[in-house]
Write a protein that binds this ligand. Structure first.
Ligand SMILES: *[C@@H]1O[C@H](CO)[C@@H](O)[C@H](O)[C@H]1NC(C)=O
Ligand SMILES: *[C@@H]1O[C@H](CO)[C@@H](O)[C@H](O)[C@H]1NC(C)=O
Ligand SMILES: *[C@@H]1O[C@H](CO)[C@@H](O)[C@H](O)[C@H]1NC(C)=O
Ligand SMILES: *[C@@H]1O[C@H](CO)[C@@H](O)[C@H](O)[C@H]1NC(C)=O
Ligand SMILES: *[C@@H]1O[C@H](CO)[C@@H](O)[C@H](O)[C@H]1NC(C)=O
Length: 334
């Protein structure tokens, strides 16, 4: 008891000695606040401490308030800050100086800056942009055993002239790439893109930024950008090497995890057993790679398995497609 009390008293003493002389301190707003585009769907905010600020050894901090495209409010000691957010609607933020060690001291006034929304005629940007990723084994190098492909589709803006051409780019982390393989509509306008290989790390936590701009002789085409969470757009592969045997009254089924950068313990499975004679379906959910069912019926069974990444490894996403059915028959049928 006694030592704790002493430490507390001592700490209070230090605080008072530290803060009292600063009570009259007036905080001045930061200067040279700028916002620039640091990459696709990425803004870089920068400012400098006010050169006229008094109090040499006080710990200054900054309160940043983002008002568009989405409200966000945070404090930092740094004089720069990178935000990942869509930029096609513009971006506005304000910053004020605070005393890091004493939030009760009145903060400075605000300084504001913004990025204007990119120019373009209304209704010319792409709409209904959707993207999916898929993982394949990388047959060319052992350094990166898996490669992630990206497929995006969109609709032409209602007001986009017939000669509009769209161009798609993605950014993942610090890597940006332009689409090389487009699909076209009857007017030869790009409406889908396929990247067989990307820099996307399927186990990463960054979001994927996709940007589509365009050109036309008759209108300025408004660019569009969208952020995608990887778990929400990943098309997990179905499990592989599914085998099944019937011995007596047990039907045992085994399989291997899908082609994926995620290890074995990261998957949930669902097994679907279809009794073709009775037209009866049994569906079981499990976390192991094998399942045994008791059967009391002489029949032919069709078996399919599907997989999803478990929430312990990543936010819950979608189930894979069902695997191709395999068939197993009770030998007593013959
Ligand atoms: C603010 O920007 C001006 C003009 O670029 C520059 O001269 C000045 O040194 C900057 N102030 C600070 C505190 O960095
Ligand atoms: C495109 O998106 C809009 C709004 O989200 C929706 O109402 C419309 O049905 C979609 N169009 C198509 C063809 O998917
Ligand atoms: C790797 O090889 C397998 C089997 O030949 C093939 O199915 C798969 O498409 C190949 N993957 C890539 C990315 O080329
Ligand atoms: C589209 O954006 C890319 C990347 O920012 C840029 O290099 C290109 O010039 C733009 N194209 C058009 C038609 O605006
Ligand atoms: C699937 O089975 C084949 C042949 O037995 C084997 O070569 C392959 O490694 C297996 N695949 C997996 C993912 O275990």
């Amino acid at each position: 008891m006694a030592p704790t009390l002493l430490i507390l008293l001592w700490a209070t003493g230090i605080l008072q000695v530290d803060l009292l002389p600063d009570k009259k301190l007036v905080l001045l707003p930061p200067v040279n606040f700028t916002i620039e585009v640091a990459g696709l769907s990425q803004a870089l905010l920068r400012w400098e401490p006010n050169p006229d600020q008094e109090g040499r050894n006080v710990k200054l901090g900054y309160h940043v308030k983002i008002s568009a495209p989405q409200e966000e409010d945070y404090e930092t000691r740094s004089t720069e800050s990178k935000r990942v957010t869509i930029l096609h609607k513009g971006f506005s933020a304000s910053v004020q100086t605070i005393l890091w060690t004493d939030p009760s001291l009145p903060a400075s006034s605000w300084v504001s800056a913004d990025l204007e929304a990119p120019a373009g005629s209304p209704g010319t940007s792409v709409v209904n942009l959707t993207c999916t990723t898929n993982t394949a084994a990388n047959n060319y190098t052992h350094l990166r055993p898996y490669q992630v492909s990206l497929h995006c589709t969109w609709l032409v803006g209602k007001e986009a002239p017939e000669d509009t051409q769209y161009f798609l780019y993605y950014r993942y982390g610090s890597q940006t790439e332009e689409c090389q393989e487009y699909s076209k509509d009857t007017l030869k306008r790009n409406i889908a893109c396929w990247f067989p290989r990307t820099f996307i790390n399927s186990k990463g936590r960054d979001s994927l930024a996709v940007y589509v701009n365009g050109s036309s002789k008759h209108a300025v085409i408004k660019p569009f950008d969208q952020l995608f969470a990887l778990h929400a757009i990943d098309r997990v592969n179905p499990p592989v090497n599914i085998t099944a045997q019937i011995e007596g009254t047990s039907l045992s089924i085994q399989w291997e995890k899908p082609v994926s950068a995620f290890p074995m313990h990261c998957f949930d499975y669902e097994v679907k057993i279809y009794n073709t004679r009775k037209g009866y379906v049994q569906t079981e959910k499990m976390t192991t790679n094998a399942f045994t069912s008791i059967i009391d019926d002489i029949s032919k069974y069709s078996i399919q398995v599907r997989a999803a990444v478990r929430s312990v490894c990543r936010a819950m996403g979608l189930w894979s497609e069902w695997s191709q059915p395999i068939y197993v028959e009770d030998s007593k049928v013959e």
